[in-house]
Design a protein around this ligand. Structure first.
Ligand code: DOR
Ligand code: ZN
Length: 420
């Protein structure tokens, strides 16, 4: 089916028509015709968003999320590809599990699913997983991460960095020195002291980032830092990049918007790892995202079953939903549309080595697109989101900007803000 996106603004540019045909962008110009027409006046076209960090929970916690429900949420959020994190049950540490997740993604059809492979067997941090077998499997794994836990052993981290070079892979580190975060509940600072919750100090993140940048430089490998949350982390990554170290970094929408002050009511919906930080940290990660020190926005979409989340703070699991609220939050930061496209599509596609995604909106390119209405407003209702879980920290909040349509290789996965 061919589509004309009529009067659309490509990255905020002047209105034009875009003809999508045969899975690609066939023509751009005035007065185009196709089998179907979408009135896109007032809509901004972005390349389909790519998430480097999505917890889809399948296999193992299908009561919290499945590949079907998580990728439905992704498509509704404007995403055409997501990286599925490896901390499932069983852990995605073998070719068999990553192939299963990959095939479930294909079958659901809402967006592409690129499985992340675990770095260590069982996320236990003692022996490397079969990285090569995952890389050469049908899932073509390029991103390896023990996310949820840090690869804290420096020698093992070095081996992982060396190993992934063979297949152009990247190690995505959850930077948390475990001996500094025993029992930690919230950012170590004024608010944690007031609430009487054990602190998660910024230095636990920064110490690992410093170490791993030095390791990546030493072995000449590619390193990615997950969910950067502190001002000091931004400084360290800026320093490493200036030294020519091949490091990239992501920041989450929640670390761009929320602070540890959200925790004052002890509502565990705001519990997340790394924790929400201070206003100064939020300002620093925003500046890092704007100047490119932080390459990408990644959601860290972390659905949790009600009984795991709606409990006392210390017992609650860390993590929050993110896929359907990411673009409105980032669009509210005042970045140019071209910068948003780079940080939410092109950079994550490059880091994850997904060649069909994150491409410019130009004739001949794959028609992976997100059409966004920057003027629309809507109120977040956790029970109306597509995820199986409801743990959104934005409940009741009015968002400005809504995804109207998502196209995956020329076919709409979302139209009129609804799944097709
Ligand atoms: O808040 C988090 N939730 N941080 C992580 O690193 C893991 C994630 C999860 O799996 O729920
Ligand atoms: Zn993590």
């Amino acid at each position: 089916m061919s589509w004309v996106l009529q009067g659309v603004s490509i990255l905020g540019g002047p209105p034009t028509d875009v003809l999508v045909d045969g899975g690609v962008i066939a023509e751009i110009g005035a007065g185009l015709r196709g089998e179907q027409t979408l009135d896109a006046a007032g809509l901004v076209a972005l390349p389909g968003l790519v998430d480097l960090h999505t917890h889809l929970r399948e296999p193992g916690r299908e009561d919290a999320e499945t590949v079907e429900t998580g990728t439905a949420a992704a498509a509704l959020g404007g995403f055409t590809a997501v990286h599925a994190m490896a901390n499932t049950d069983p852990v995605a540490d073998t070719a068999g599990v990553v192939e299963q997740v990959f095939h479930l993604g294909r079958a659901a059809g809402h967006c592409d699913v690129a499985p992340v492979g675990a770095v260590t067997v069982g996320l236990r941090g003692t022996a490397l997983a079969e990285l090569g077998a995952m890389a050469t499997s049908a899932a073509r794994v390029r991103v390896f991460s023990d996310d949820g836990v840090c690869v804290s052993d420096a020698g093992l981290m070095r081996r992982a960095l060396e190993y992934v070079k063979a297949f152009d892979g990247v190690v995505a580190q959850h930077a948390e020195e475990p001996s500094l975060t025993v029992g930690a509940q919230l950012h170590e600072g004024v608010v944690s002291a007031q609430l009487g919750l054990a602190g998660w100090p910024a230095v636990a993140e920064e110490a690992i980032i410093a170490r791993d940048c030095l390791l990546a430089g030493h072995v000449g490998s590619r390193l990615h830092i997950c969910h950067v949350s502190t001002a000091g982390s931004v400084e360290l990554i800026r320093f490493a990049k200036a030294r020519g170290i091949d490091v990239t970094a992501e920041v989450t929408p929640h670390h761009l918007l929320l602070t540890d002050a959200s925790a004052t009511g002890y509502d565990p919906v705001f519990k997340v790892n790394p924790p929400l930080r201070t206003r100064a940290d939020v300002d620093a990660v925003r500046a890092g995202l704007a100047d490119g020190t932080i390459d990408a926005v990644a959601t860290d979409h972390a659905p949790h079953a009600t009984e795991d989340k709606e409990t006392e703070w210390a017992a609650a699991r860390p993590g929050m939903l993110g896929l359907q609220t990411a673009l409105p939050i980032v669009a509210g930061l005042g970045l140019a549309w071209s910068v948003i496209a780079e940080r939410m599509s092109s950079a994550p596609a490059r880091i994850g080595r997904l060649p069909g995604h994150g491409r410019p909106i130009a004739v001949g390119e794959p028609a992976n697109l997100c059409l966004f209405d920057p003027a629309a407003t809507w109120t977040v209702d956790g029970h109306a989101l597509a995820s199986r879980a409801h743990n959104t920290p934005y409940e009741g909040m009015t968002m400005t900007g809504a995804v109207v349509a998502t196209f995956l290789r020329g076919e709409p996965t979302v139209l009129d803000g609804k799944l097709t």
